[in-house]
Design a protein around this ligand. Structure first.
Ligand SMILES: C[S@@+](CC[C@H](N)C(=O)[O-])C[C@H]1O[C@@H](n2cnc3c(N)ncnc32)[C@H](O)[C@@H]1O
Length: 217
C-alpha cells in the first residue's frame, strides 16, 4: 500500500521489527503483495496479536477476513491464551476456501470457525459475547456495524477497526465518498459514546482500538 501519511521508511521499519513468523504467514504476505490484496500486514497483525494476548482473548469475531491473514494472528494469540474460538467471516466463498487452506497449513484450523456471508449479519446471528471484535469490512458498512458490535462484546472487551486513517483521505474535506464518510461517522460515534475508551494507533493505515467499559468506570 502507498504510505503517504508517514515517512516512507516507517512501515518497512516497523514490519522489520516484527518477530520471525511461520513460513506460511510470510507466504501469505507474499500472496497479498503479488495479487494486490489488502491485508493488514506484519506490524498491524502483530499489534492485533499483542492486544489479544494482553486481554487474554479466548473468543474473537473477525469481520471481513479475506484469505485469513489477520485471522492467523488472532488464532495464534487465542492458542497461546489457552485456546478458544476465532470466527472468520467473508462473503466470498473462494476467499473462505483459501483461508481454510492457509489456517490448516498453520495448524490453526481447530480454533477457527468459517462463515461465508455478510459479516454484520453473521455477527448478529452468532450467539454469545466476544472478548475481541476486529472490523475490516467495506468502510461504508462501518456505521451500521457499530451497534451490532457493541451488543456482542463483553464489558472490558476490545474492538479493533482497520483503515481509520484511510491513507489520509480522512483529512481531505473534498472527499465525501461513502467509504470516507463512513469511517468519519463511525469514528465520531465511537468517540462520543462514553461507554468506549478509544484511541487511534497510527500503524499502517490507522487502527482504532476501543475498550467497552463497565458501567461503573
Ligand atoms: C480488507 S479485506 C480483509 C483483509 C483481512 N482482514 C486481512 O488483513 O487479512 C476485506 C475483505 O472482506 C470482504 N468484505 C467487505 N465487506 C464485507 C462484509 N460486509 N461482509 C463480508 N465480507 C466483507 C471483502 O470483499 C474482502 O475480501
Amino acid at each position: 500500500m502507498a504510505d503517504p501519511l508517514f515517512h516512507p521508511g516507517l512501515t518497512r521499519y516497523l514490519d522489520g521489527l516484527v518477530p520471525a513468523r511461520p513460513p506460511e504467514l510470510v507466504a501469505m504476505e507474499a500472496e497479498a503483495e503479488r495479487t494486490g490484496f489488502p491485508i493488514i500486514g506484519p506490524s498491524a497483525g502483530h499489534f492485533c496479536y499483542l492486544v489479544a494476548r494482553l486481554i487474554g482473548a479466548r473468543s474473537v469475531f473477525e469481520m471481513g477476513s479475506g484469505f485469513g491473514y489477520s485471522t492467523a494472528w488472532f488464532a495464534r494469540a487465542v492458542r497461546e491464551n489457552g485456546g478458544g474460538a476465532v470466527y472468520h467471516t467473508v462473503w466470498d466463498e473462494k476467499l473462505s476456501r483459501r483461508a481454510r487452506e492457509h489456517l490448516a497449513a498453520l495448524g490453526l484450523s481447530e480454533l477457527v470457525t468459517f462463515r461465508v456471508g455478510e459479516a454484520v449479519a453473521a455477527l448478529r446471528e452468532t450467539a454469545g459475547l466476544f472478548d475481541l471484535v476486529f472490523n475490516d469490512i467495506d468502510k461504508d458498512g462501518y456505521v451500521t456495524s457499530l451497534p451490532v458490535i457493541k451488543s456482542r462484546l463483553r464489558r472490558g472487551g476490545v474492538l479493533i477497526v482497520d483503515n481509520v486513517l484511510w491513507s489520509g483521505r480522512i483529512f481531505d474535506k473534498s472527499d465525501t465518498s461513502s467509504n470516507t464518510e463512513g469511517i468519519r461517522e463511525f469514528t465520531r460515534r465511537v468517540i462520543s459514546d462514553g461507554d468506549w475508551a478509544v484511541s487511534i494507533v497510527p500503524i499502517r493505515d490507522g487502527l482504532l482500538v476501543a475498550q467497552l467499559m463497565s458501567p461503573s468506570a
